[in-house]
Ligand binder design. Structure first.
Ligand code: NAP
Length: 280
C-alpha cells in the first residue's frame, strides 16, 4: 500500500513520521511519503497517483479547499467545513474527508477531559483550522461558540455555516467580555507561532476565564506558547496542538484502511515517534 502527504511546502510535514509509526505498529507493509504538489497541479497529481498505486493521501496547504470540486465523493463533515485533509481511493473513486475537527475533539476529550455538550467556547481566528474546530465543536453539541477574528467579515462567513456560532471582533475588551463564563478558550490564530512576527497584545483576558476554564492552543511549535504559559501561571488547564496533530492522523489512517483501529494504541505509537524526532 502506498500513501502520501501532498502540499507546498510539505517537506517539514510530520505526517510521514506519524503514519510511519502507526503503520509499523500495525505490522503493515505500507509506504507513506511526502510529495511537493504546487497550487494548480492537483488534476495532474490525481492522475499520477491513480497510475502509481497511491491508495490515499493527506493534503495540506494550499490544497484543502481546492480539492473539493475534483473529488468523486465528499464526506458530510468535510463538505460542511469546505475543506478536506484526507483523500482515499475507494473502488476507483476519490473520496474526501476532514479529520481536523474530529481530531481536535478527540484531543480535547483525551487530554483535558473536555465534553463539548452544552459548553460555552470562545474561539480565536476564522482561518482554515478555526473553521474545522468551530464546526466540530458546534456539531458535537457546544451551546455557543463565539468566533473572534481580526477580519470580522471572515468570522461572519464562518458563523453563517452553523446557528450556534456567533461572530465577534478581536480586541482586548471583547476577548475579556467573552472569556467571562467560557468553559474553553481555543486559539486558532497564528499569534505566538514560531516565525509569526506578531504576539497577543496582552493576556489579561485570561483572568476573566472561570477556574474550571481550559485553554487549547492549536500551535505546537513552540510546544509552549506564551498563551499557554500565561494560562498555566493562572492555574488554568492548558493543551498545545500536538495531541490534535496526532489524533487527526489516527482518524485519517482509519479512513485509509477503511476499518476501525485501536485508537489509543495508534495515538500512543504516533506520539512516541514524535518524541523521538525534533519537531522542526
Ligand atoms: P490561516 O487560515 O492562515 O488563519 C490564520 C488566522 O490567524 C486568521 O484568523 C487570521 O486572522 C489570524 N491572524 C493572523 N495574524 C493575526 C494577528 N496579527 N492578529 C490577529 N489575528 C491574526 O491559518 P490556519 O491554517 O487556520 O492555522 C492557524 C494556526 O493553527 C497555525 O498556527 C497552525 O500552525 C495551527 N494549526 C494546527 C493544527 C494542529 O493539528 N495542531 C492544524 C492546523 C493548523 P484574519 O482572518 O484577520 O487574517
Amino acid at each position: 500500500m502506498r500513501l502520501q502527504v501532498i502540499g507546498d511546502p510539505v517537506l517539514h510535514s510530520k505526517s510521514p513520521v506519524l503514519h510511519g509509526a502507526m503503520l509499523s505498529a500495525l505490522g503493515l507493509d505500507a509506504a507513506y511519503d511526502a510529495r511537493v504538489v504546487r497550487r494548480g497541479e492537483l488534476p495532474d497529481y490525481l492522475r499520477w497517483a491513480r497510475n502509481h498505486g497511491v491508495a490515499g493521501f493527506n493534503a495540506t496547504m494550499p490544497h484543502k479547499e481546492d480539492l473539493l470540486p475534483l473529488l468523486d465523493g465528499i464526506d458530510p463533515a468535510a463538505r460542511l467545513t469546505g475543506a478536506v485533509n484526507t483523500v482515499c481511493l475507494r473502488e476507483g473513486a476519490w473520496v474526501g474527508f476532514n479529520t481536523d475537527g474530529a481530531g481536535a475533539l478527540s484531543a480535547l476529550g483525551e487530554v483535558l477531559g473536555f465534553d463539548p455538550a452544552g459548553s460555552t467556547v470562545t474561539l480565536l481566528g476564522a482561518g482554515g483550522a478555526a473553521k474545522a474546530v468551530a464546526l466540530a465543536l458546534a456539531q458535537a453539541g457546544a451551546e455557543r461558540v463565539r468566533v473572534c477574528n481580526r477580519t470580522l467579515k471572515r468570522a461572519g462567513e464562518l458563523c453563517a455555516r452553523h446557528p450556534r456560532l456567533t461572530p465577534a471582533p478581536f480586541d482586548p475588551d471583547t476577548l475579556e467580555r467573552l472569556c467571562r463564563g467560557a468553559d474553553l478558550l481555543v486559539n486558532c490564530t497564528s499569534l505566538g507561532m514560531e516565525g509569526c512576527p506578531r504576539q497577543f497584545e496582552g493576556f489579561s483576558f485570561l483572568d476573566a476565564l472561570p477556574p474550571h476554564g481550559a485553554v487549547f492552543d492549536l500551535i505546537y511549535h513552540p510546544a509552549e506558547t506564551e498563551l499557554l504559559a500565561q494560562a498555566r501561571r493562572r492555574g488554568l488547564r492548558a493543551m498545545n496542538g500536538l495531541p490534535m496533530l496526532v489524533w487527526q492522523a489516527v482518524l485519517a489512517l482509519e479512513h485509509f484502511l477503511n476499518r476501525p483501529l485501536d485508537r489509543g494504541a495508534m495515538a500512543a505509537a504516533a506520539s512516541a515517534a514524535l518524541e523521538h524526532k525534533p519537531l522542526f
